[in-house]
Design a protein around this ligand. Structure first.
Ligand SMILES: Cc1ncc(COP(=O)(O)O)c(C=O)c1O
Length: 394
C-alpha cells in the first residue's frame, strides 16, 4: 500500500481510452473557429465559449503581434512586483469605463479571480451564501476562505431567504453566484437576489464569465440585463470566453478593489497576464463595444438552436442563453450520444457528475456569433437522427 494506490485503482479513464470512447483532452490542430481539425478530420465546433467568435479577428491578431514585438512573451512576475505593465493598467482603465464602476482589477485567469476575491473578502466571522450549482472556482474560493459557506438550493430564492434570515445578525454576508450557470445556461435570478441582499444587509458578487459580451444591451452582463447594475456590489468576468483571450477581472468600488489587490493570494503570488493576452483582450473589448451586431447574431443562432432542439423533443432544461445543455440523464447513454456526434464530425462536450448533479448527465452545447446556417442545419440533422436512434426523442 502506498500513496499512489488510488491512482493505480483509478481505471475509468484508461478503460475508456482503451475502448475508444474517451471524450476528453482531444487535441485540436487548428484555431478556435466554428469548425476545427482533429486527427486530420473536420468537426463542427459546438463546444466552445468563443461566443463572439473573436479568436481569429484580424484586429485581435494584429494587437497580439504588436504587443509581442513591444513587450515580449511574458511578464515573469506577479502584478504586485515586477509583472504590471502599462498595458495591464490600460486594460483596467478601459474596463472601468465599460463596466461603469469605480475600479477594476485583472487576474491571470477567471478561476484565480474567484479564488482571490472570495478568499480575501470572506473572513473568519463572515458568511458566504452560495448557489449549489456555482462554478468550481467559486466553490474552491469558498474552500480557501476562513468564513463559513452556506449553500442554498439552485436558484431557489425562498431557500436563500431562509438561510439569510437565520443568519441576519451576522454583519459580514456575501451572496455569490454565476450570472449564467455554466452547465445549465440559465440566468441568475438577480432581481430577487438584490432585493434579498438589501433586506438582509448582504453584499452581492456575480460571476459573469458567460454573461459579459452576451447579456445586456451593451454586453455588460447579468446586472445590465435586469437593470440592477447600481445594486450589485461586485461583478467578475473572464477573458477566456467572449474576449477570446485568457485572464479575469473583478469590478466594484475603489476601496473594495484596493483591499482585494492587497489581499488576494492568487493575484499576489502568481505571474500576471502575458502581454499578448492583455492586448487581445483590449482589442476584443473594442470590438465588443463597437460591433453590437455580433451579439445580435449570437442571439439569432442561440434562439434558432434552442427552439429546434425543443421542437425535436430534447430536454434543454432551463437554458436561456448560448449555453444549451441536452440533458440525457444516464452517463453511458450520454457517452453513446457523444460517440455518435463524434463519428459524424461534431465536437460537443459530454458532462457527468460531479460537474452536474448525479442523474443529470448532459451534452453541453454552446454557440458563437460566427456559426453559419449550414453548420447549424448539419448539427440539427445529426441530433435528430441520433436522438431517435438512441430513443432519447420520439
Ligand atoms: C462560471 C465560470 N466562472 C469562472 C470560470 C473560470 O474562468 P477561466 O477559464 O478564465 O479560468 C469559468 C470557466 O470555465 C466559468 O464557467
Amino acid at each position: 500500500m502506498d500513496l499512489f494506490d488510488k491512482c493505480r485503482n483509478f481505471t475509468e479513464a484508461r478503460t475508456a481510452v482503451k475502448e475508444g470512447w474517451y471524450p476528453y483532452f482531444k487535441a485540436i490542430q487548428s484555431g478556435a473557429e466554428t469548425s476545427v481539425m482533429i486527427d486530420g478530420r473536420k468537426f463542427v465546433m459546438i463546444g466552445s465559449n468563443n461566443y463572439l467568435g473573436l479568436t481569429q479577428h484580424p484586429k485581435v491578431l494584429e494587437a497580439v503581434k504588436k504587443a509581442v514585438d513591444q513587450f515580449g512573451s511574458g511578464c515573469t512576475g506577479s502584478r504586485f512586483l515586477n509583472g504590471t505593465l502599462d498595458l495591464h493598467e490600460e486594460l483596467e482603465a478601459r474596463l472601468v469605463n465599460f463596466m461603469k464602476r469605480e475600479a477594476v482589477l485583472t487576474f491571470s485567469t477567471g478561476f484565480q479571480t474567484n479564488l482571490g476575491v472570495i478568499s480575501s473578502l470572506v473572513g473568519k466571522d463572515d458568511l458566504l451564501f452560495a448557489d449549489r450549482d456555482n462554478h468550481a472556482s467559486l466553490v474552491d474560493g469558498s474552500r480557501l476562505a476562513f468564513g463559513k459557506t452556506i449553500k442554498y438550493r439552485h436558484q431557489d430564492m425562498e431557500d436563500l431567504e431562509r438561510v439569510l434570515k437565520i443568519n441576519q445578525d451576522v454583519p459580514g454576508k456575501l451572496i455569490a453566484a454565476d450570472g449564467v450557470f455554466s452547465m445549465g445556461g440559465d440566468i441568475l435570478n438577480l432581481s430577487e437576489i438584490v432585493k434579498l441582499a438589501k433586506k438582509y444587509n448582504a453584499k452581492t458578487y456575480v460571476d459573469d464569465a458567460h454573461s459579459i459580451g452576451v447579456l445586456g444591451a451593451h454586453g455588460r452582463g447579468t446586472a445590465e440585463h435586469f437593470g440592477v447594475e447600481d445594486k450589485v456590489d461586485l461583478i467578475m468576468g473572464t477573458f477566456s470566453k467572449s474576449f477570446a483571450s485568457i485572464g479575469g477581472f473583478v469590478a466594484g468600488d475603489a476601496v473594495v478593489i484596493d483591499y482585494i489587490k492587497h489581499r488576494a493570494r492568487s493575484l499576489i503570488f502568481s505571474a500576471s497576464m502575458p502581454p499578448a493576452s492583455v492586448a487581445a483582450t483590449i482589442a476584443a473589448l473594442d470590438i465588443l463595444e463597437n460591433e453590437p451586431e455580433r451579439r445580435e447574431r449570437l442571439w439569432v443562432v442561440t434562439n434558432r438552436m434552442k427552439n429546434a432542439y425543443r421542437e425535436m423533443g430534447f430536454n434543454t432544461g432551463n437554458s436561456q442563453t448560448p449555453v444549451i445543455p441536452i440533458i440525457i440523464g444516464d452517463n453511458m447513454k450520454t457517452f453513446a450520444f457523444w460517440q455518435e456526434l463524434w463519428k459524424n464530425g461534431i465536437f460537443a462536450n459530454p458532462v457527468i457528475s460531479p460537474a452536474v448533479p448525479p442523474g443529470m448527465s448532459l451534452i453541453r452545447t454552446s454557440y458563437m456569433a460566427t456559426h453559419k446556417d449550414e453548420e447549424m442545419d448539419y448539427v440539427l440533422d445529426v441530433f435528430r437522427k441520433t436522438g431517435k436512434e438512441l430513443g432519447i426523442i420520439g
